[in-house]
Design a protein. Structure first.
Length: 140
């Protein structure tokens, strides 16, 4: 009952191609960082990073020649990560309107005061202790 499972050896030309592609894309990443494109900089940098990750996953890690189940598992994980990113970006991009209108609609006075406003850290009045409690506990 010997299992004759042979391991696929990736040809050297794929490693060289991946190295050259990653070096070129690294130069592109640095060049994009030097140019001010405003809000597009992060999206271009992330797109280049995704291409670099694809080269590493498919050629260096050998997923291109791997079994179908592993490819499905990888793409499923990437799909869920993409969904999470979309939800977070949608949430963060709508927060500006919520916080600016909140102060106009509600008159909320925070009970929290900075240390500089009438006290210091050693002041125990914020712990709810009265002076009579302090004097009675120190006499015992």
């Amino acid at each position: 009952m010997s299992d004759k499972h042979e391991h696929f050896v990736i040809p050297l030309k794929y490693y060289v191609f991946t190295l050259i592609a990653l070096l070129i894309l690294t130069v592109v990443t640095v060049a994009v960082a030097q140019v001010d494109l405003g809000w597009l900089n992060i999206y271009i940098a992330m797109f280049v990073a995704m291409i670099k990750a694809a080269f590493v996953i498919f050629f260096f890690m050998g997923v291109r020649w791997d079994e179908s189940f592993n490819k499905i598992a990888l793409f499923g994980c990437l799909l869920f990560v993409l969904i999470f990113f979309v939800i977070v970006i949608a949430d963060v991009s709508t927060r500006g309107g919520v916080y600016s209108s909140e102060s106009e609609m509600f008159d909320i006075q925070s009970p929290v005061r900075p240390i500089g406003e009438g006290g210091h850290h050693g002041d125990s009045s914020h712990h709810g202790e009265s002076d009579s409690y302090k004097s009675s506990s120190s006499s015992h």
